[in-house]
Design a protein around this ligand. Sequence first.
Ligand code: PLP
Length: 260
Amino acid sequence: MSTIPKLLSIAGSDPSGGAGAQADIKTFAAFGCYGMAAITALTAQNTRGVIAAWPVAADIVAAQIVAVMTDIRPDAIKIGMIATPDIAAAVASALGASPRNVVLDPVLIPTQGVSLAAAGLERALLVNLLPLARLVTPNIFEAAALTETPQARGVDGMTAQARLLIEAGAKAVLVKGGHLAGAPVDVLVCDGETRLFHGRRIDTRHTHGTGCALSAAIAAELGKGAALVDAIATAKVWLEGALEAAEALRLGEGRGPPDH
Ligand code: PLP
């Protein structure tokens, strides 16, 4: 029996390797884990943005997940781009009653380019996938969309939105404040408590797929058995290093990825 942590990504494909399933698998490898991926959508994109996205049929997404779940039982699962309400429902039923250590990154809109979410995806994520997740990791735009409230301007607003997502059925919510000006702060609400994670602002434009990498890194640490707060702290320090290293990697003409 292998003792290496086994991680499954359920995510969209980014052929440029900066975001989505490709970023997740690189991140799992960086954390010493065995990476797997069930693809929910194909995209055409590069460092300049997402040009087009094509969802995979929901039954084909489900078949990929069932194939993995019935053979290699993952220690943790990262869910990223889900694309359509049908895929959200199919993923939930394919995962079954008690998948371990699910981190849900509710991908809706890329920083540049076409939308990654069909109409009604927000509600489908809340109904189908939120209850399965050990942690949900929206950025401030996704938190506003999921809670149907105005965009947060600081920690108070982020905390209020995290609490709304807990009321909607989430076990733990990390609202990421990196898009707000100033020193970055993320807010975790879990078990009735609020905890702030203060990060360093890394001066780089190469941030493509940063959210994908962070959620994959947290999943990897959970798969190794880390406690939630420790998994987030470790993942954030690793990501800061990957963002610093992105300046040397300097891929493409637009926003390249961190060096996973
Ligand atoms: N493409 C895919 C498949 C993604 O999952 C994501 C984000 O999660 C993106 C593109 C957008 O990444 P970013 O906005 O960080 O450039």
